[in-house]
Ligand binder design. Structure first.
Ligand code: RTP
Ligand code: MG
Length: 139
């Protein structure tokens, strides 16, 4: 149902640091149900496509390189008010500005290597979920 799902990635820095389990635990403890999940790695081409909206931004090249640098976890999550509640749980893009107790406050290294992704709208949550999961994986 619209409004009840969001899409997340646990980014390469957090997976490489061994924080995948702790982050998934925080996500579940906050009341999100995992609908679909995969452990995978993005090629530079796919990372570039996923973040195409940022193509003109100065950090785009760095972002694509980082997002294709190691394994990630991609997941579709379900909860009432999923998009907004998940962005509250992860905290501000820059960990220096992220609220206490948020995933980025606890696990992000910098504004670039910031541990997790969260969709910014219901529309993008659907587009991003469809990017990673076929209709048979999104029951
Ligand atoms: P995300 O899409 O990954 O959930 O992050 P966000 O909405 O909080 O931030 P957004 O503006 O969409 O930026 C996407 C990702 O690009 C990297 N970034 N680097 N070096 C920089 O100034 C900079 N700014 C953004 C981060 O990895 C950010 O999450
Ligand atoms: Mg974003």
């Amino acid at each position: 149902m619209a409004g009840n799902r969001t899409f997340t990635m646990i980014k390469p820095d957090a997976v490489a640091d061994g924080n995948m389990g702790a982050i998934l635990k925080m996500i579940e403890d906050a009341g999100f149900k995992i609908i679909s999940m995969k452990y995978t790695r993005l090629s530079a081409d796919l990372a570039g496509k996923f973040y195409e909206v940022h193509k003109e931004r100065p950090f785009y090249g760095e972002l694509v390189e980082y997002m294709s640098s190691g394994s990630i976890v991609a997941a579709i999550l379900e909860k009432d008010n999923a998009v907004a509640d998940f962005r509250t749980l992860i905290g501000a893009t820059n960990p220096a500005e992220a609220a206490e107790g948020t995933i980025r406050k606890l696990y992000a290294k910098s504004i670039g290597e910031n541990a997790v992704h969260g969709s910014d709208s219901d529309e993008n949550a659907q587009i991003e979920g469809n990017f990673f999961f076929s209709q048979f994986e999104r029951f």
